[in-house]
Design a protein around this ligand. Structure first.
Ligand code: SF4
Length: 153
């Protein structure tokens, strides 16, 4: 409980500093709940690759990349329903020195297909301010169109 209060206070300090000084703050953190509470814009990275960019206030409901969704699913909350399982990501992170060709998240993604192992997905804008690098979300009419539509998530 003490740690939770401490984190909330830190978040309030960061947002107050940003507002009063009218400055941009780059905030790097693995705590996705804290990130969404202090960030105007969030850039989600996996193995040094940008996989999704979107407004902080949208991350819980509008994020679509399988890695971002897994992060959201793993948020632990004291007031959560403990009868529901806490999600985890299967498999291991590949060595940063030996990242496979194609999508860097492929060995941990339940939606991985052949194109994911072959081609690295490019960051593509879905809506203004929201971009994702995933073959599930390639707009029709562009290359890599053999990927399926974004209905599976
Ligand atoms: S590109 Fe393929 S492997 Fe990578 S996150 Fe998207 S569906 Fe999963």
């Amino acid at each position: 409980m003490f740690e939770e209060t401490e984190v909330i206070l830190e978040a309030k300090h960061v947002t107050r500093l940003q507002r009063e000084k009218n400055i941009t703050i780059g905030f790097i953190c693995h705590d996705i709940a804290l990130v969404q509470s202090v960030s105007h814009q969030v850039a989600v990275m996996y193995l040094g690759n940008l996989v999704e960019v979107l407004p902080g206030e949208d991350i819980a409901v509008k994020s679509v990349h399988p890695y971002t969704r897994a992060l959201i699913g793993s948020i632990f909350d004291l007031h959560m329903d403990f009868s529901n399982p806490i999600e985890s990501i299967e498999s291991e992170i590949p060595s940063p020195l030996d990242v496979p060709p194609g999508c860097p998240f492929q060995n941990r993604c339940e939606h991985c297909t052949e194109i994911c192992r072959r081609e690295r997905p490019r960051l593509t804008e879905l809506t203004p301010g929201h971009s994702v690098a995933c073959h599930l979300f390639v707009p029709s009419g562009t290359e890599n169109h053999e990927a399926h539509s974004p209905t599976g998530l």
